[in-house]
Design a protein around this ligand. Structure first.
Ligand code: ADP
Ligand code: MG
Length: 723
C-alpha cells in the first residue's frame, strides 16, 4: 500500500492528518514516559483528595501492573463517566485559575493520558455513597458501564499493561528492576515531603519495601527510607524572603556525610521537580566541604508564589523554571553554605593507631575541611594555657604574695558567680543559658587557634542547674531513640541525681588538677576535691546513654585487629589469665568472633565500627576534643567480650556503656610536662566544661569520696587574718 503511494507521488511523502486516537496515544506516551511518571500523577491525585494513607502495589516495575489505593474523598459517581476525558478536572474552572492553582495536577490530563496507553480501572467510593463503583477506561472513554460494588471510602486505581500499544516506548524502557527503582524514588520522595500521610509500597506478592507511618516527621521518614547514616547527619534549613516571595524549608546533610551518588529531593509548591540550577548550585557549595566526588543528601521544599512558577510546562516534565530563579538559587546557596560552616567543627576525629603502650595520641587532627589547605595537625602538647593568669592551681601553691592575690581573685569570682545567680530570677539570664546549652559542649571550637584556649575560662557563664542531660533540647537532626531499655537507664540516672551536687557542679569554678586522679574546684565560697576518674567515668556513662545513636566517629588511621588487641590484653598481668582459661589464641579468636558478630548493632548505636574481618575501625567520639587513652584499649576490647551481657537488651546497653565509660575515663600516668599540660587542659576545658553543662551527679558521689569539701573561703580568711 505504502509502495503504491510512493509510486504515485514520485517519491514525495504525503502529509496526512493522523487519526485523533493516534495523536492522543503519542501525546500520552510523551506525558507518561515511564511507570514512575504515571505513579507520580496518581499519588498527587490521592494527595489532592486529602488521603492520609496511600498504598501502592507494583508488578514488573509497574509495566505489568500498578495499583494505588487511597482513603481520600473518592470520585463522585456522576463524574466517573468523564474523568478520563482530556481536560476534565475538578480543580480548574477557567484559564485564570491556572496561575492560582495549588493542587498538584492541574490540567485533567493524567488519567486521560494513562487510559490511552494502559488498561485503567477505577474503583471509588465517596463518604455519601452507599457502595463503591467500579469503571474501566480505554482511550479516554468509559468502557462498558459503571458497576456498583463493595469497597472502602477512597479510590483505588489500577493500571495494567502500561504501553501495551506503544511498542517503541516499551522497548525503550530498560528493565523492570530499574523502573521499580524509579518508583521507589518517587514514593520515597513523596513520603518524605508528605510526612503526615502514610505510604506503603510493595511488589505484588512480596513483603513491603517501604512503609511510613501516618503523622510521621520528615526526619523519621528520611531515616526509614534512606537510613540512619543520613538521618543522623541532617541539619534543618529554612528561608523566608518577601522580595522574591520564597519560603523554603528542608534538611541537608552536614560535612560528615558524603556519598558517591548524591540525593536531591526537590519540591516546588509540593510537586516533585527537577531543577538543574538548584542541583548545580548545591554541588558547588558542597564540593568545598566534601571529599572529591562526594555528594550530599538534600531535601528542599520551596513554596513560591504560584504566579511565579512556569505552569506552562508539561505536567510530567520535571524540570521547572521560575521567576527570580537566579536570586532564589543564590539565596539557597548562601543559606546552605552558612549552615555547613556552622557545623564545620567536624564530628570525625582521626587518631593515630599506635599500640601498645601508646602515649596520649601524638597527633589529633580535626577534619576541618574549608581550611583544608591551611589547617594542620596540632600537637596536643601545644594545647596549653599560654596566659599565666589561667594557671590557677599554681597560684595556690605559689609564693605567699600570690596566695593573697588569689584570695582576692577568688573573692571577685565568688561575687561574679553570686551576682549571676541572683540575676536568674528575672529570667534574662535564662535565655542566655539556654543558648549556652545549645552550643557549648557538643560543639566547642576545634583546636585551630591557641586564642580559643585562653579565651574560654570555665567560670564566666552562668549555667542554670536545672539544665542537664535530662532537659537538653535535642536539635532536629538528632536521632531520638525509641528503645525503652535506654530510656529506663536514663531514668535511673535521673532518679539517682543529687540536685544539691548538680547545683554545685553547674557553676563550679575550675581551679586545677592535682594529678590525673584529683581535681580541685570551687563553688561559691567552698572548695572541693574531686575524684577525676569517678567523675569522668560517670560523665561518659551518661553521655553514652543520652547521646545513644548520635555519636561522632573517632577514626583510627589504620584498622586495629581485635584479635591482636585481645592477645595484648591477655598478656597483661591485670588480666589475670591462667592456663585453666584455655589457649590465649583461642580466647582471642573468640573475642574477635563475638565482637564482629555484633558489628551492625555496635555501629548503629555506638559508632563502633568493626569490619567483617574483625578489625576495629572507629570508636564513638563522646566529647569533642577528647580522645581516650589508647593504652587502655586492649583491656577494653577484652572486657567487652567478658564483661558485657550480650543476651538481655537493657543489661547489654548498661554493661556496654559502663565498660566503655571505664575505658574513656582512664588516663595515662605520666610525668612528662607536656603530657600533663595537655591532660589538664582537657580536664578543664572538655571534661569539666561538659560536667558544668549536663552532668547529673549521682547522690552516692557525696558519700563515696568522689567529691569532698576541703575548704570554706570565710574560714580561709580567718586563717589569713591571723597571719
Ligand atoms: P487533574 O488531577 O489535573 O484534575 P487527573 O486526570 O489527574 O487531572 O484527574 C482527573 C480528576 O479525577 C481530578 O480532577 C479528580 O477530580 C479526579 N480524581 C483523580 N484521582 C482521584 C483520587 N485518587 N481521588 C479523588 N479524585 C480523583
Ligand atoms: Mg492529577
Amino acid at each position: 500500500m505504502d509502495m503504491e503511494v510512493e509510486n504515485e507521488d514520485g517519491g514525495a511523502g504525503c502529509v496526512r492528518r493522523l487519526p485523533e486516537l493516534v495523536v492522543n496515544r503519542i501525546a500520552a506516551g510523551e506525558v507518561v514516559q515511564r511507570p514512575a511518571n504515571a505513579l507520580k500523577e496518581l499519588i498527587e491525585n490521592c494527595l489532592d483528595a486529602k488521603s492520609t494513607l496511600i498504598q501502592i502495589i507494583v508488578k514488573a516495575g509497574g509495566l505489568k501492573y500498578m495499583q494505588i489505593q487511597d482513603n481520600g474523598t473518592g470520585i463522585r459517581r456522576d463524574n466517573l463517566e468523564i474523568v478520563c476525558e482530556r481536560f476534565t478536572t475538578s480543580k480548574l474552572q477557567n484559564y485564570e485559575d491556572l496561575s492560582k492553582i495549588s493542587t498538584y495536577g492541574f490540567r485533567g490530563e493524567a488519567l486521560a493520558s494513562i487510559s490511552h496507553i494502559a488498561h485503567l480501572t477505577i474503583q471509588t467510593k465517596t463518604a455519601l455513597d452507599k457502595c463503591a463503583f467500579k469503571a474501566t477506561y480505554e482511550d479516554g472513554l468509559l468502557k462498558g458501564t459503571v458497576i456498583p460494588c463493595a469497597g472502602n471510602q477512597g479510590t483505588q486505581i489500577t493500571v495494567e499493561d502500561l504501553f501495551f500499544n506503544v511498542i517503541t516506548r516499551k522497548k525503550a524502557l530498560k528493565s523492570p528492576s530499574e523502573e521499580y527503582q524509579k518508583i521507589f524514588e518517587v514514593v520515597g520522595s513523596y513520603s518524605v515531603h508528605n510526612a503526615n500521610v502514610g505510604f506503603v509500597l510493595k511488589k505484588f506478592g512480596e513483603n513491603t519495601d517501604l512503609r511510613t507511618p501516618v503523622k510521621s516527621t520528615h526526619i523519621n521518614n528520611i531515616r526509614t527510607i534512606y537510613g540512619n547514616t543520613i538521618a543522623k547527619e541532617l541539619m534543618e534549613i529554612s528561608i523566608k524572603d518577601e522580595t522574591v516571595k520564597l519560603k523554603l524549608h528542608g534538611y541537608i546533610t552536614n560535612v560528615n556525610f558524603s556519598t558517591k551518588k548524591g540525593i536531591l529531593l526537590l519540591f516546588i509548591n509540593h510537586r516533585l521537580v527537577e531543577s538543574n540550577g538548584i542541583k548545580k548550585a548545591l554541588d558547588v557549595v558542597y564540593s568545598t566541604y566534601l571529599p572529591k566526588n562526594g555528594h550530599s543528601f538534600v531535601y528542599l521544599s520551596l513554596e513560591l508564589d504560584p504566579q511565579n512558577v512556569d505552569v506552562n510546562i508539561h505536567p510530567t516534565k520535571h524540570e521547572v523554571h521560575f521567576l527570580y530563579e537566579e536570586q532564589i538559587i543564590d539565596k539557597i546557596k548562601t543559606t546552605v553554605e552558612a549552615k555547613l560552616l556552622s557545623c564545620n567543627n567536624s564530628r570525625v576525629l582521626y587518631v593515630q593507631s599506635r599500640l601498645p603502650g601508646a602515649t596520649i595520641p601524638d597527633l589529633v587532627e580535626y577534619e576541618d575541611k574549608p581550611n583544608k589547605n591551611t589547617s594542620k595537625a596540632i600537637d596536643p602538647k601545644m594545647l596549653v594555657r599560654t596566659d599565666a593568669t589561667d594557671q590557677k592551681l599554681d597560684k595556690f601553691f605559689g609564693l605567699i604574695e600570690d596566695v593573697n592575690a588569689t584570695v582576692i581573685d577568688m573573692q571577685s569570682s565568688v561575687e561574679e558567680t553570686e551576682s549571676f545567680v541572683e540575676e536568674t530570677t528575672d529570667g534574662t539570664i535564662e535565655n542566655e543559658s539556654s543558648n549556652i546549652s545549645n552550643t557549648n559542649v557538643k560543639s566547642p571550637k576545634p583546636y585551630v587557634s591557641y586564642a580559643n584556649i585562653t579565651n574560654t575560662p570555665s567560670h564566666v557563664s552562668y549555667i542554670n542547674p536545672k539544665l542537664s542531660f535530662k532537659t537538653r533540647q535535642l536539635c532536629d537532626r538528632r536521632n531520638e531513640t525509641r528503645l525503652t531499655s535506654i530510656k529506663n537507664l536514663r531514668l535511673s540516672v535521673e532518679e539517682k541525681c543529687s540536685s544539691n551536687l548538680r547545683e554545685i557542679l553547674a557553676n563550679l569554678v575550675f581551679i586545677g588538677c592535682i594529678d590525673e586522679t584529683k581535681t580541685l574546684i570551687q563553688h561559691s565560697t567552698k572548695m572541693y576535691i574531686c575524684n577525676a576518674i569517678k567523675f569522668r567515668e560517670e560523665l561518659f556513662y551518661e553521655i553514652l546513654l543520652y547521646d545513644f545513636q548520635n555519636f561522632g566517629l573517632l577514626k583510627f588511621s589504620s584498622p586495629l585487629s581485635i584479635y591482636d588487641l585481645a592477645m595484648l590484653a591477655l598478656d597483661l598481668p591485670e588480666c589475670g589469665w591462667s592456663e585453666d582459661d584455655g589457649e590465649k589464641t583461642e580466647l582471642a579468636e573468640q573475642v574477635k568472633i563475638l565482637l564482629t558478630s555484633k558489628r551492625s548493632m555496635l555501629l548503629e548505636y555506638f559508632s563502633v565500627e568493626i569490619d567483617k574481618a574483625g578489625n576495629l575501625l572507629s570508636l564513638p567520639l563522646l566529647l569533642d576534643n577528647y580522645t581516650p587513652f589508647m593504652g587502655a584499649l586492649p583491656m577494653y576490647v577484652l572486657r567487652l567480650a567478658t564483661h558485657v551481657n550480650w543476651e538481655i537488651e537493657k543489661e547489654c546497653f548498661d554493661t556496654f556503656c559502663r565498660e566503655t565509660a571505664v575505658f574513656y575515663s582512664q588516663q595515662q600516668h605520666s610525668d612528662d610536662e607536656n603530657v600533663v599540660k595537655a591532660r589538664d587542659w582537657t580536664q578543664e576545658h572538655v571534661v569539666f566544661a561538659a560536667i558544668r553543662q549536663y552532668f547529673l551527679p549521682p547522690k552516692e558521689f557525696s558519700e563515696n569520696g568522689a567529691i569532698l569539701q576541703i575548704a570554706n573561703l570565710p574560714d580561709l580568711y580567718k586563717v589569713f587574718e591571723r597571719c
